[in-house]
Unconditional design. Structure first.
Length: 84
């Protein structure tokens, strides 16, 4: 894929209530992060980590939180997201 990527990452809590959360996924170096929302995004090499924003840090058991981003570039897109 080449062009612009709008993406959302959803965190579903299947354990005890969380007071903070982080998730990570790989994004090839051919993609550049653009706008982000509902989380604090950092990148180290091809690994992108997103941490909660102050207003969506608490996630009850069975609850969800989400964060989003845009990116531009080309190459494979991320297919998995894992706890960080």
């Amino acid at each position: 894929m080449a062009g612009r990527l709008p993406g959302h990452r959803h965190v579903r809590n299947e354990g005890p209530a969380l007071t903070t959360w982080r998730a990570r996924f790989d994004l090839p170096s051919t993609w550049t992060l653009g706008s982000t929302w509902n989380g604090a995004f950092t990148r180290s090499g091809t690994t992108v980590t997103v941490a909660n924003a102050s207003w969506n840090a608490a996630v009850p058991t069975g609850g969800t939180a989400s964060a989003g981003l845009t990116a531009t570039g080309s190459g494979p897109l991320p297919t998995t997201c894992a706890p960080a």
